[in-house]
Design a protein around this ligand. Structure first.
Ligand code: SF4
Ligand code: URA
Length: 238
C-alpha cells in the first residue's frame, strides 16, 4: 500500500469515527505484546470508478447492522446521480420502508414542497428529481428511533461512498443525525443551522429536519429552514 492510499484510508476511517486503526491481538503473552495493523481486514475504500450502482450492489441484502432485522426494504436513495445538491436525512420511516424510496411520507412531501417552492420563488428552475436524496442509515430504525452510533458508523460507509461518487457542489444535512454523521458534531441544529461547514472538501449546510418542522409549535423553525434552503440553492445554482 503506498503512502497516498494509506492517507486516504486514514481520512476515510477518521470520517467514520474510528480514532485508531490498530488493535491489540487478544490476550497476548507479555513478551509478544505488539500492535497489529488491521488495515487489510477493513472494508474497501470507495474504489476508483465507483458508481451508485456498485454501491447498491455492495449493500446487497445487507445484514451488517441490527437494523436489517425489521426492515422491509433497503432505502438507498433517489434522484439525479449527477446532482449538484444532495440532501441527507436520518433514516427511512414507515412509508419509506414500505416503498423503498426516501422521503415519500409526510416529511418527504414537506421536503419536496420546500425544495420546489423555494426554487420557484427564487426563479431557479429546479425539481425534486434534479437533486439527490438519501439517508444516513438505509433501513428503518424500529419505532423511528434515532440510529445508534454503531449503526451510523456501519451504514455511514455507504453514505460516504454515495457522496464521494456524486461529488455535489453542496450537501444539505437535514437534522442532528445527518450533521453528526457528516461533521462529527453533536451540537443542536439550532446552533449549527444556516451556516456552512465542510464534509471533506464539499460545502455542507445544516438545517432542520422536515419532521421537526411538521410540529405545529415549530413555525419559526420553518421560516428559518426556508431561509437556509434559499441560501443553499443560490450557492449551488446561481
Ligand atoms: Fe446494512 Fe445499513 Fe441496513 Fe444496517 S442500516 S442493515 S448497514 S443497509
Ligand atoms: N425521515 C428521514 O430522515 N428520511 C426519510 O427518508 C424519511 C423521513
Amino acid at each position: 500500500m503506498d503512502a497516498e492510499t494509506l492517507r486516504e484510508y486514514l481520512t476515510f476511517y477518521q470520517d467514520l469515527g474510528f480514532t485508531s486503526l490498530y488493535k491489540r491481538s487478544a490476550k497476548p503473552a507479555k513478551a509478544e505484546q505488539v500492535t497489529v495493523p488491521v488495515l487489510p481486514a477493513l472494508p474497501a475504500l470507495a474504489p476508483e470508478g465507483d458508481t451508485l450502482e456498485k454501491i447498491r450492489e455492495d449493500i446487497g441484502d445487507c445484514t451488517r447492522c441490527r437494523l436489517h432485522a425489521a426492515r422491509h426494504s433497503i432505502v438507498f436513495g433517489s434522484g439525479n446521480p449527477q446532482a449538484r445538491l444532495v440532501f441527507v436525512g436520518e433514516g427511512p420511516g414507515a412509508d419509506e420502508d414500505a416503498k423503498g424510496l426516501p422521503f415519500v411520507g409526510r416529511a418527504g412531501q414537506l421536503l419536496t414542497q420546500m425544495i420546489e417552492g423555494t426554487a420557484k420563488r427564487e426563479g431557479i428552475p429546479l425539481e425534486r428529481n434534479d437533486v439527490y436524496i438519501c439517508n444516513v442509515v438505509k433501513c428503518r430504525p424500529p419505532e423511528n428511533r434515532t440510529p445508534e452510533p454503531d449503526e451510523m458508523e456501519i451504514c455511514g460507509q455507504f453514505l460516504y461512498r454515495q457522496l464521494s461518487t456524486i461529488q455535489p457542489k453542496a450537501i444539505c444535512a437535514l437534522g442532528a443525525t445527518a450533521a453528526r454523521a457528516l461533521l462529527g458534531r453533536k451540537e443542536g441544529v439550532t446552533r449549527m443551522r444556516g451556516n456552512w461547514f465542510k464534509w471533506r472538501d464539499i460545502p455542507l449546510m445544516v438545517t432542520y429536519h422536515p419532521s421537526y418542522l411538521l410540529r405545529p409549535y415549530n413555525q419559526d423553525a420553518k421560516r428559518e429552514a426556508w431561509e437556509d434552503l434559499k441560501k443553499a440553492l443560490h450557492f449551488v445554482y446561481d
